[in-house]
Design a protein around this ligand. Structure first.
Ligand code: PNS
Length: 167
């Protein structure tokens, strides 16, 4: 019988997180209970025009996850599977809000597995209460001056308010 080693089970939770929402937080909480360590990895995407810089997004995620002792925050560029290998992670975490998410997510999971056969994607369904939530929708609501504290961590709501106040 093989004796289990004591190597840590690390998962990467990648995304744009512009900004992190309560839906993301719910997925993260579940992932943190399943793995020894979860790395929230913010994608540097030069083709997008984000509301928050990568550094701002990382700071907001760090603030929102400060009570989780097995969550780290990082950023990456290029292919996700290469970042996952570099971190010796065994899984990629993706949240699913609704059936329509699944199509694209499954395609990405297959591509990632094709690019790196040891790459496993773990899908976690979002709490129903957040199934309609997306960073884009929250930005739209906040851009019209509405309070978004029920949708995002409090530091994020404050930062969004500041951004749109200055705009
Ligand atoms: O929060 P998002 O924007 O839905 O996250 C998408 C993300 C970052 C997971 C995806 O775009 C990604 O992994 N990009 C990195 C480039 C890559 O590896 N592409 C191939 C994935 S099939």
């Amino acid at each position: 019988m093989e004796i289990a080693g004591n190597s840590k089970k690390i998962a990467v939770y990648p995304g744009s997180f512009d900004p992190i929402t309560n839906g993301h937080m719910d997925i993260l909480k579940r992932a943190a209970a399943l793995f020894d360590q979860v790395i929230v990895a913010v994608l540097h995407n030069p083709n997008k025009n984000p509301l928050f810089s990568v550094e701002e997004r990382m700071n907001l995620i760090s603030e929102a996850t400060k009570d989780y002792d097995n969550v780290a925050v990082d950023s990456f560029m290029g292919l996700l599977v290469e970042y996952v290998s570099m971190k010796s992670a065994s899984a990629i975490i993706r949240g699913l809000r609704e059936i329509s998410d699944f199509e694209n997510e499954l395609r990405m999971a297959h591509m990632n597995r094709h690019l790196n056969s040891s790459c496993v994607t773990v899908f976690i369904p979002t709490n129903n209460a957040y199934s309609y939530l997306s960073s884009s929708l929250v930005k739209e609501v906040a851009s019209h001056g509405r309070d978004v504290t029920e949708f995002v961590p409090s530091a994020v709501a404050k930062a969004m308010h500041e951004k749109y106040r200055k705009a």
